[in-house]
Structure formats: structure tokens, C-alpha cells
Design a protein around this ligand. Structure first.
Ligand code: SF4
Length: 359
């Protein structure tokens, strides 16, 4: 179990009686908790700490979301988009990954959890009506979908919303093994539990506070055995000493816990990061191998491995995966059409096996 390490909880007075605020205070009775009128401006002194990113991860703000919950994944110009809708129920994350864009991206470094989850149900219906076709939604964009799930059980509320709407598919994406509460309910055919996988070396150096590979795979086995569909994400793929054999072992482990018929999809994405993240990675993750490779700046202003390395990395994973599961839905995250064509042999439109993913 991955237990978040909170040191402060700030609850907005307008949501103090909400069911989510009550769950939070019950889950962490010993954490210093305060109710204030304006959490956005309250106690931001930690911005001056030696490691404000880490301090932010230890502070939970519980307040209503005044904006929208659902947004279309913006994709990136020139890259192939997988038509994904992001649900921002939480922003900020208790896990600490070296490559995480949130370290330099969010204005407010604290973890923010929305209390007005009922408004989300309306938005799901509006989004379904607007698009007029099946949609894929996920919560793991600005946080880990299950980071607080053993304590709060919020995934089950979401799952029940989606279960009633067969046109929607929800993916809960995690680096934890926090599946206790999910195992209490019946599987929903349109909900997929997804794990980000990496080698034990990358997990130990670059994904602090996450579950080990063995724990992630063992959690995946439990949900598969309980009848859920699962997904796996090799993202970010990182070049590090012994990566070829390392990823082979991860793929072996994956197929030991989930047969191809239980896997909704597998994605792969090579490491990419905004140049402004480089000094942050250097100072916060001294043991990381992340920056020890050749990168180039791409048109979307992200650093990526130079193309020959990227192709080698993605082609290696592709052959490991397709040799075990030739018809599994396999796609790339944040890659351009050239990489799709060279490594996978076509665009999503030309690869019929991806209809389930790309709609
Ligand atoms: S799990 Fe995801 S959101 Fe959380 S720190 Fe890692 S990359 Fe960021």
C-alpha cells in the first residue's frame, strides 16, 4: 500500500460539511487540519522552502472546483492525438516523479481535491451529448488516480457514475497498489484500471513514493482476477544502463499477471520534458539517470531523445509486446506520425486494431 505523507490539511469553509471533506478528516485524524474561507491564498509560506515541490505534496487543500472538471486532452500540435478527456478531480500528486511536469507547471504546488463531485456527473452527460459518440475519460493527468483511494474510496464514486453510461469509458491510471476499495465492488465493463510500469531502477530513482514494480503487478493481478479490464503504460520509457533487458523483464511480468484478453490497451511514450525541468531534475533527483542521454528540442518545445534512440527504444518495446500479444491495442503517447509509421507501421486511422482506443 502506498500511504500519502500529509502534514497539513486546509479545508474551505464552504465545503467543510461536504462528504469528501468529512472523509478527509476521518482518514487523517492526526494531521494538522484547518478550516479557512480562502484556501487559495492561505499559508503559502512553503513556496520559500528549500524544496517547495515536496512541501506542496504534503499539503492537501479541500475545496469546491469552481471551474470545469472535464477538458479534452489538448494533445500537441503535429503529434497524434488519442481523443482523451481528462477529469480534474484532483490537481497535484502525493507521488514524486523526477520527470513530472507538475514540478514546474502548477501555480499552486499543494494537492487540491474537489469536493463538488456531484457536478461532475452533469458534465459527463454534457460531454457525451456534445460529442455524440463514445468517449474515453481518465483522471490520471494532474495527479495519480488512486493516490488517496485506500483512504477516501473516491474511485468507486466515479466508477458508479460511469457504469451507468456505457458510451463512456473511464481509465483510472496509477503508480500505486491502492486497490482495496475497488476490490469491494463489482467490475464495471466500461472501466479500466491502468498501471504505469517501469523498470525497478527507474521506479527507485525517479518515482519516489510510488509502489514497487512487484506491488503494481500484484495489484494488477488482483483486479484481473476480480474480473476488471486493465491497461498498461510504458511512459516514460527511459534509457538507462541495461534498459533493453530491464524492459523485457517488465513485459514478462506484465503478461504473467494479465493475459491479452484482459488488457484493454497498452501505451508507450519515450521520455520528454520541458527544458525548464532540467535544473529541477538535477537538483531534486541526484541519483537519476534521466538526463544522461542525447536529447533534441522538438517543435512542441519539449526535449526528447534524438530520433534514432527514440525509434530504437519504442521499436524494442513494440516487439517485446507484440511478440506476446500480436493483436493487443498498442499506441504511442505524444509521438508524431513519422514515429507511428516507422515503428508501428501506420497512423491510428490506418491501424484498425486501435479503434477501441481512438474512437
Ligand atoms: S504519478 Fe504522475 S502526477 Fe504524480 S508525480 Fe508522478 S508523473 Fe506527476
Amino acid at each position: 500500500m502506498v500511504a500519502p505523507c500529509l502534514s497539513k490539511i486546509i479545508i474551505s469553509s464552504e465545503s467543510a460539511s461536504s462528504s469528501i471533506a468529512r472523509k478527509v478528516t476521518k482518514a487523517w485524524p492526526d494531521v494538522d487540519t484547518i478550516i479557512v474561507d480562502d484556501p487559495a491564498s492561505y499559508d503559502r509560506k512553503f513556496d520559500m522552502d528549500d524544496d517547495p515541490v515536496l512541501s506542496g505534496k504534503r499539503t492537501l487543500v479541500v475545496a469546491p472546483n469552481k471551474g470545469r472538471f472535464i477538458r479534452k486532452c489538448p494533445g500537441t500540435m503535429g503529434l497524434v492525438c488519442c481523443n482523451y478527456y481528462v477529469i480534474d478531480l484532483a490537481e497535484g500528486c502525493s507521488i514524486d516523479c523526477s520527470y513530472c511536469i507538475l514540478q514546474g507547471y502548477l501555480n499552486d504546488r499543494r494537492i487540491r481535491l474537489a469536493t463538488n463531485i456531484d457536478d461532475l456527473e452533469k458534465e459527463i452527460d454534457e460531454t457525451l451529448a456534445d460529442t455524440g459518440r463514445p468517449i474515453r475519460l481518465g483522471t490520471g493527468e494532474l495527479s495519480d488516480s488512486l493516490m488517496f483511494d485506500n483512504e477516501l474510496g473516491l474511485a468507486n464514486i466515479l466508477i458508479d457514475m460511469i457504469r451507468k453510461r456505457p458510451q463512456a469509458t473511464l481509465e483510472l491510471k496509477t503508480k500505486t497498489d491502492n486497490i482495496e476499495k475497488i476490490l469491494d465492488i463489482d467490475p464495471a465493463p466500461n472501466v479500466v484500471i491502468g498501471w504505469s510500469l517501469n523498470t525497478p531502477e527507474v521506479i527507485a530513482r525517479d518515482e519516489r513514493g510510488s509502489a514497487s514494480l512487484d506491488k503494481r503487478l500484484s495489484a494488477a493481478k488482483k483486479v484481473v482476477d476480480a474480473g476488471w479490464k486493465v491497461a498498461f503504460h510504458f511512459d516514460p520509457l527511459v534509457i538507462h544502463p541495461g534498459w533493453q533487458d530491464g524492459y523485457r523483464k517488465v513485459v514478462d511480468g506484465l503478461f504473467a499477471v494479465a493475459g491479452p484478453d484482459k488488457i484493454a490497451w497498452i501505451s508507450m511514450g519515450a521520455l520528454r520534458f520541458h527544458p525548464s525541468l532540467k535544473p529541477i531534475i538535477k537538483s531534486r533527483f541526484e541519483r537519476s539517470d534521466l538526463l544522461k542521454s542525447q536529447f533534441s528540442l522538438c517543435p512542441d518545445n519539449k526535449m526528447r531523445y534524438v530520433k534514432p534512440l527514440r525509434k530504437e527504444l519504442l521499436a524494442h518495446l513494440k516487439s517485446l509486446i507484440l511478440s506476446r500479444a500480436p493483436t493487443v491495442a498498442l499506441y504511442f503517447c505524444m509521438e508524431g506520425i513519422e514515429i507511428w509509421s516507422d515503428v508501428l507501421g501506420g497512423s491510428p486511422a490506418s491501424l484498425g486494431m486501435l479503434d477501441e482506443v481512438f474512437g
